[in-house]
Each structure stands twice: as structure tokens, then as C-alpha cells.
Design a protein around this ligand. Sequence first.
Ligand SMILES: C[S@@+](CC[C@H](N)C(=O)[O-])C[C@H]1O[C@@H](n2cnc3c(N)ncnc32)[C@H](O)[C@@H]1O
Length: 217
Amino acid sequence: MKILVACEYSGAVREAFRKLGHNAMSCDFLPADDESKHHYQGDMFDLFPNGENVNQFDMVIAFPPCTYLCSSGLHWNKRQPERAVKTEQALQFVEAIMNLPVERIAIENPVGCISTRIRKYDQMVQPYEYGDDASKRTCLWLKGLPKLQPNPSDYVSPRMVDGKPRWANQTDSGQNRLGPSDTRWKERSKTYPGIAKAMAEAWGKDSVDANAFLITK
Ligand SMILES: C[S@@+](CC[C@H](N)C(=O)[O-])C[C@H]1O[C@@H](n2cnc3c(N)ncnc32)[C@H](O)[C@@H]1O
């Protein structure tokens, strides 16, 4: 299948699909971390000129920025009212992805206002259900795609701290271990490899198509 992994610089999901023989490419304003030639650096909507699916993508999987959408970010909107405009723009961006003329669409984001303002997520997943020692509640909005199916043997057990479950990315009090830095957001937003693999396995079962992409600007 021809698959666009939008808002992805890490290549995690692109490569999980390519390993299964799919013609997957990623797209982000940032360059690809792995310098892959299967990456378009720019706006994902450049690949849909006049809103049309000229590249004939069979599937779009998108990881839109969550800064102004997720619950932890929305918390700041009360103190910084100017953020509200950015939340509205971020919601419009998500809706534009949902409305792309593509048969199969998946959108990933943390818990936040997409569910209350657009529609409720279809599935919530955790990296520890898919083989990674990490906790991060992740929501999926699906069109034409099945839910991910965790394999019980991939479950990563937590350590227990005062009766509370904690995974390797969490401190004993439950905070994320990554300290403040310029690259913190980037490290935190990378898709976990187990979830990337589960997406490819669940959604990449259909026909495999090795045709080259036509990227039209
Ligand atoms: C939360 S990060 C997702 C990272 C992803 N999970 C990964 O593993 O690479 C969101 C990304 O969306 C990108 N982005 C935002 N608007 C975009 C657009 N219109 N077209 C392409 N990428 C966009 C940002 O540059 C940012 O890297």
C-alpha cells in the first residue's frame, strides 16, 4: 500500500511499514532523523494539492502536534488566554486531516480536547502493552482501520512504588524522567517502536504495493 506517515521525523512508523514491504513515506517540517530518502520535508498538505489525493495514498497516519490540544497543555490556556487561538488552529489542523480524501486514516494524540471538541477517540493504547517499558496514554482516532491488538506476551510489568505502578520512563512520583532541555519535546514525542510495529501489523495486512511515489508540490 501507499502510506503517508504525516508529522513524523523519527521514521518509526514509516520504517515499520517498509519492513513489511509497503511503500511508506514520512513527512514533517523537520528533516528525517534517519536521513531517509522516503521523507518529504515540508507541509503535509503539499502532498494533497487542491485537497486532492493525487499521490493515491491508501492510508494516512498522522501525529499532529499536541502542545495546544493535550490536557497538560490546555491547563496553561487559563493563565495564557492567547493560547486559545492556537488551540482552535490545532483543532482545525486535526479536522483537515480527518477530512482528507483517503480511505484509511489514523490520528494519534495524547488525551486532550480532540475528544471533547471533535469526536471521542476510538482506542487508547499504552507503550507497555506493546513491549516498551514506558507509560504514555495515547489515543487513536480511526477511519477504515481496525483497533490495535496487543499481544499479552508483549506486556511489560511495572515496578510498584507505594502500591502505584511505575514504568521506566517515570520517576517514583510518576513524573516523566526527561529533564528540561531544548530537545525534550522531541524525545517525548517519538513514537515507541512497539506501537509502530503494532500499527504496521494491524494496518499493513492488505496488499503490498512497491510502486514509487509521485510527489507533487
Ligand atoms: C508531536 S510531533 C510527532 C513526532 C512523531 N511521533 C515522530 O515519531 O516523529 C509533531 C510533528 O508534526 C510536525 N508538523 C506540524 N505541522 C505539520 C505539517 N503541516 N506538515 C508536516 N509536519 C507537520 C512538527 O514539525 C512535529 O515534528
